[in-house]
Write a protein that binds this ligand. Structure first.
Ligand SMILES: [Zn+2]
Length: 156
């Protein structure tokens, strides 16, 4: 468990993730503390901008109705209405929730490629990359690591 600095444990909405990191506190979590609450693979992907294996990941072929929240801090990032099967081996979305409300785009020139990395605006978790070969109307394809998101089924 994380030791919350302010000592409050009252849950209000989706702020508390199953990791116990409060969205409001996520900016103050040190890399060492992330290491304690995330699995080695989740840590590598979200905090070290790693990439999980294609196809053999949780949400590539997952199409239930609901939201996809940040695995690290719980803010809403995507939802099932924009998810599509891209065939690339990772979950793909044609748009983020509320037009990048919680997503920040960063130019990424690593690995000899010119790409646009997407990160969680709240806690700086690496999510994946956005490409310009997606379906209409956005024409964009958010290629996201399953490790970086946590599915929350739609309330009936
Ligand atoms: Zn986050």
């Amino acid at each position: 468990m994380m030791s919350a600095a302010h000592g409050s444990s009252e849950a209000s909405g989706p702020a508390i993730t199953k990791l116990g990191v409060d969205a409001a506190d996520a900016k103050n979590v040190s890399e060492g503390d992330w290491k304690k609450v995330l699995s080695p693979e989740d840590y590598h992907v979200t905090r070290e901008a790693g990439t999980e294996p294609p196809f053999a990941n949780k949400y590539d072929r997952h199409f239930a109705a609901g939201d996809y929240n940040c695995h690290c801090c719980g803010v809403p990032l995507f939802d099932s209405t924009t998810k599509f099967h891209s065939g690339c081996g990772w979950p793909a979305f044609s748009a983020s929730k509320d037009a990048d409300a919680n997503v920040v785009r960063i130019k990424d020139n690593s690995h000899g490629m010119e790409r646009v990395e997407v990160r969680c605006k709240n806690c700086n978790a690496h999510l994946g990359h956005v490409f310009e070969d997606g379906p209409k109307p956005t024409g964009e394809r958010y290629c996201i690591n399953s490790c970086s998101i946590l599915f929350e089924p739609q309330q009936k």
